[in-house]
Design a protein around this ligand. Structure first.
Ligand SMILES: Nc1ncnc2c1ncn2[C@@H]1O[C@H](COP(=O)(O)OP(=O)(O)OP(=O)(O)O)[C@@H](O)[C@H]1O
Ligand SMILES: O=P(O)(O)OC[C@H]1O[C@H](OP(=O)(O)OP(=O)(O)O)[C@H](O)[C@@H]1O
Ligand SMILES: O=C(O)c1cccnc1
Length: 467
């Protein structure tokens, strides 16, 4: 496509693209925007070096001839990224059809970055959302991300650890993620530690001698209840030396039943401060169920199902063109038609206003920034049902998209990972709890500002007539 735009003399034509998703992941009521930091890094380093150009020069078409002419490759080797990018900051709660990113600039450049942008945002947004659900299920108890061993490759594992921390996990067992992103690292020990000794007791005792301050014993290698008793024996020795038995970990069997039994044994031996960690294919639904069963677990180790987003392995984010600059300087608004109304994209230079009343978010309005004036009162229409509308008068509001890249430079100070994680917490606390429930969540109102709604319907009529 880039070659086509260049060859037809349209490569520099100014356009606007929006990146958005159409459905909340996990049949949930929201998503958490994540991945902007990677995007800014990518855009800042965007270039094709000589090895890229040589590779492209070697590509042949179906006729066996060289695919790209030398002048085009020359153009590519001199290409500097000059688009203007607006984005919703990481850690913001977002909803279907809201542009998470808006890219404006020469069509060749906007197009070349489509796949990287989608790759980064789709994955990290998905994992941050999954993490926030797992954390919601844990009701404020600690969630440790244990996913690297089953993550989608090393780079996927790294990005997943970052997104999981942003989504609300407290720490990761991925030490590289700790080093690179400043995420706290935590972990216990594996069955192999126990199995490498003659007995479980000897394994725990040796561990306690070496790391008396970090004893969380995995008790299920042979028999969980016997394992808890062994942990208590070592705990008593630790106590005599002035240390504490920090915890035990359950990794198999009925986690509700075993945690209740383990709690009794620990309490009776005076270890009421010793925490019970659980792991084993946990996700938000199992955690919710275990809590309903009054499981005595206070730290949750969650791996595979979190970092692979097991029940929905991809967010369906897309990148659609929504405006093209005409020669006379005006915008020609664009949209994609579809038989399915959910797939009809929105036209315009889109921005999102989030309204707030008494500390609670009450609705988001997508509007066309061109020909838009700030006022006291706004009306938005439900895109799925034009008879439903919502009016906002004098309510506090905020435009969600901010300028992050302009004239080849980053123009936005991305907050540090801690601040992004705090933003998630703060944002989630301002939405009605109904959007967070797992079954049939409440649908938060997101509408089209009335002029954008009219523009969209006028365009649909015109496009359908043309066909
Ligand atoms: N009380 C419970 N209620 C709901 N789910 C549970 C409960 N206890 C454990 N689970 C979950 O059920 C699944 C049990 O997995 P599985 O059948 O592999 O059993 P296991 O005891 O782990 O066996 P193995 O010893 O082979 O690991 C896990 O996802 C676990 O988190
Ligand atoms: O279940 P997840 O959510 O992915 O959490 C991480 C899992 O990885 C480990 O299991 P593994 O079977 O690899 O055993 P190990 O502890 O003996 O290494 C750990 O014991 C957890 O069960
Ligand atoms: O217990 C742990 O620390 C652990 C287990 C599996 C994966 N990561 C960490």
């Amino acid at each position: 496509m880039a070659y086509g735009y260049w060859k037809s003399g349209r490569g520099e034509q100014e356009v606007v693209f929006n990146l958005f998703f159409r459905r909340n992941p996990f049949k949930g009521g929201y998503a958490i925007a994540c991945g902007l930091e990677y995007i800014l890094d990518y855009l800042q380093n965007f270039r094709l070096d000589s090895s890229d150009i040589s590779y492209l020069a070697s590509l042949k078409g179906n006729d066996g001839k060289v695919l790209f002419e030398a002048d085009f490759l020359d153009y590519l080797s001199n290409l500097k990224f000059s688009c203007t990018v607006d984005a919703i900051p990481e850690g913001t709660v977002v909803f279907p059809h809201e542009p998470l990113l808006r890219v404006r600039g020469p069509i060749i450049q906007c197009q070349l970055i489509e796949t990287p942008l989608l790759n980064i945002i789709n994955f990290q947004t998905l994992i941050a959302t999954k993490a926030s659900r797992v954390v919601w299920a844990s009701k404020g108890e600690s969630v440790l991300e244990f996913g690297l061993r089953r993550a989608q490759g090393i780079d996927g594992g790294l990005a997943a650890s970052r997104a999981a921390y942003i989504g609300g996990c407290d720490a990761t067992s991925n030490v590289l993620a700790g080093k690179l992103f400043g995420i706290p690292v935590r972990g216990t020990h594996a069955h192999s530690w126990v199995m490498s000794f003659e007995s479980e007791l000897e394994a725990f005792e040796t561990y306690a001698e070496i790391m008396p301050n970090n004893c969380v014993f995995l008790v299920d290698t042979y028999d969980t209840i016997e394992g808890v008793k062994n942990a208590v024996k070592v705990g008593q020795k630790l106590r005599e030396k002035g240390y504490k038995l920090a915890g035990i970990r359950l990794d198999s069997g009925d986690l509700a039943y075993l945690s209740i039994q383990a709690r009794k044994i620990l309490d009776e031996a005076g270890f009421s401060d010793t925490v019970i960690v659980a792991s084993n294919d946990l996700d938000e639904e199992i955690i919710e169920s275990l809590k309903n069963q009054e499981a005595q677990i206070s730290v949750w180790g969650v791996g595979t199902k979190l970092v692979t987003a097991y029940d929905q392995p991809a967010l369906g984010g897309v990148y659609k063109i929504s405006a093209i600059r005409r020669k006379d300087g005006s915008w020609d608004y664009k949209m994609k038609l579809s038989e399915q109304s959910i797939k009809i994209s929105n036209p315009g230079i889109q921005q999102v206003k989030r309204f707030e009343k008494n500390g609670e978010f009450i609705g988001d309005m997508i509007f066309n920034e061109e020909n838009f004036t700030e006022s006291h009162s706004y009306t938005m229409i439900d895109p799925a049902d034009s008879t439903r509308f919502k009016t906002f008068s004098d309510e506090k509001n905020e435009n969600l998209l901010v300028r992050v890249f302009e004239n080849g430079k980053i123009t936005f100070q991305n907050p540090n990972i801690q601040q992004i994680r705090n933003r998630v917490k703060e944002q989630l606390s301002k939405f009605h709890a109904g959007i967070k429930r797992f079954v049939n969540p409440h649908s938060y109102p997101v509408g089209l500002e009335e002029n954008l709604w009219s523009l969209k319907h006028e365009l649909v009529r015109r496009l359908r007539k043309k066909m």
